[in-house]
Write a protein that binds this ligand. Structure first.
Ligand code: SF4
Ligand code: SF4
Length: 123
């Protein structure tokens, strides 16, 4: 994983579009200078999603909890997070969109690699 920008762009486009904290002009409306977890933990989120291949969203949620939340300053030593408890973290409430965006970028890259390698696509 070298170029992270496509992931950042995909996340912004898909997750922010559905986020209740997004302003009408597309900017982030989180108050008080609060940083979004998706921005704050971006590389770790990509790593956590890429570590899983599953049809079960819970597997991704578990990986994110272990890789991202465990080192997030908002989670206490007991594994509790007030933002998660209050459905106030986009990474938690929109996990399925996060996974979809990252896997979409990975699938696009894989397709490009296959085509560059001259492999035929399945009919
Ligand atoms: S809180 Fe995060 S996901 Fe929501 S609009 Fe702001 S940057 Fe986007
Ligand atoms: S759910 Fe809580 S601990 Fe996990 S990333 Fe969001 S704010 Fe941090």
């Amino acid at each position: 994983m070298t170029d992270l920008e496509p992931y950042r762009e995909a996340l912004k486009q898909s997750v922010c579009s559905y986020c209740v904290d997004r302003n009408d002009d597309g900017s982030c409306g989180l108050e008080g200078g609060r940083a979004c977890a998706i921005d704050l933990h971006f590389p770790h989120i990509v790593k956590a999603v890429e570590a899983v291949q599953s049809d079960n969203l819970n597997d991704y949620a578990r990986s994110i909890a272990e890789t991202v939340c465990a080192q997030c300053p908002n989670e206490d030593e007991g594994g509790q997070c007030n933002f998660r408890e209050n459905f106030d973290c986009a990474l938690d409430t929109l996990t399925y969109l996060v996974v979809e965006a990252i896997e979409g970028v990975d699938q696009g890259k894989a397709l490009l690699n296959r085509e560059a390698g001259g492999e035929e696509r399945p009919a």
